[in-house]
Each structure stands twice: as structure tokens, then as C-alpha cells.
Design a protein around this ligand. Structure first.
Ligand SMILES: [Fe+2]
Ligand SMILES: [Fe+2]
Length: 186
């Protein structure tokens, strides 16, 4: 693959790329990976590039879903913002030659917690929530504290929060996220 430091340089000046947030997620994810014994170099790439597809409109993202023939649950395609994960994974594979499935999966799943998420995937998911440039939300400090000591416990709190939020808005739940929460509770 292309050297990650070169990609970082290259995307610095792209005004549609969320550079500050991406660096924040990258640094937080690297810190967490170090603590929890996951691959720091791989999570550096995943952290920096996780929102790569976010510079495209929802319309454009749906076009990519067709173009790449992605087999996604329709609710992931039509709920705003959920398909930038899976589309992003395809784009960075093609544009930066990232082929490592551990990296690609964590990017795919960061938008909609999948039932089979690994610890690596959870670290990226949590880093996205707690990176220092994020606006503080209720539960932020609790999730942040837990993320450094117990990834699964942090993930349960994060899922609870997200599920509550979806219920309050009266929207559909993604069944796999509920299944993941059940798995973690066991
Ligand atoms: Fe994202
Ligand atoms: Fe993000």
C-alpha cells in the first residue's frame, strides 16, 4: 500500500476531508491499541482514513454502493450517514491500495456496529467517539474512561447510548448492533 505518512500529507490540504477529526481519531486509536495489545501501525491507517468517504454526498455514496456492488442492508444505505463506512473501505482499497481486511473491516463497521466486531474494530469505533476534537456529549467521559481500561464495557455504554438515541428519534434499529450488545453482555 501507499505509505500512510504520504497519504496524511496528501489529504492535509483537501478541504472536504475532515483532517483534524481524522488525526484525532488516529492518535486516540493508536493510544488505545497500545494499551490493549492491538496492532498500532494498522490502526493508524484505519484511524486516519475511517471517514474518507464522508467527503461525498449521500447521493454520491449511494452511487458508489451500486458501483461496488455492496451487499448492504437497505437501512444502512438509506439512513443518512451509515454507508460512508463500507463505501470508504472500497475507496481506500482502490485509491491507496490498502488490502488488509483487518483495517478495511474496522472502517466498514465504524458507522453501524456489526455483530461480529473484533476488539480492533471496537477500538476504532470508540476512538471515533472520544477523540479530543469531538464535542462533549452526555456519557462522553464515562465511555472515554472505560475505553482505556475495558473495551467491551465501553462498547456496551456506547451502544446503549446510540440505541437510546435511535429509539428517541423513533427510527429503526440495526439488528446486528443489538446482537452485538447481547453478545457483549454475555
Ligand atoms: Fe464516520
Ligand atoms: Fe469519524
Amino acid at each position: 500500500m501507499k505509505d500512510i505518512n504520504m497519504i496524511i500529507e496528501e489529504l492535509k490540504t483537501n478541504d472536504k476531508f475532515r483532517y483534524k477529526h481524522s488525526v484525532g481519531v488516529m492518535e486516540t486509536a493508536m493510544e488505545l491499541a497500545k494499551i490493549h495489545g492491538e496492532d498500532v501501525e494498522k490502526i493508524k491507517i484505519a484511524g486516519f482514513l475511517h471517514d474518507y468517504a464522508k467527503m461525498y454526498s449521500n447521493e454520491k455514496l449511494r452511487e458508489y454502493v451500486k458501483e461496488y456492488n455492496l451487499d448492504l442492508d437497505p437501512m444502512l444505505i438509506y439512513t443518512k450517514d451509515l454507508c460512508h463506512g463500507p463505501v470508504g473501505a472500497e475507496l481506500i482499497k482502490e485509491r491507496f491500495n490498502v488490502t488488509d481486511e483487518i483495517i478495511l473491516n474496522s472502517i466498514r463497521y465504524h458507522t453501524f456496529a456489526d455483530r461480529n466486531m473484533s476488539k480492533f474494530d471496537m477500538i476504532l469505533y470508540l476512538a471515533d467517539l472520544i477523540e479530543p476534537n469531538r464535542k462533549v456529549f452526555s456519557g462522553y467521559y464515562k465511555i472515554k474512561k472505560l475505553a482505556y481500561t475495558d473495551v467491551e464495557a465501553a462498547m456496551i455504554v456506547a451502544l446503549d447510548k446510540s440505541i437510546k438515541y435511535i429509539l428517541e428519534k423513533g427510527e429503526k434499529l440495526y439488528v446486528e448492533s443489538v446482537e452485538l450488545r447481547n453478545r457483549l453482555l454475555d
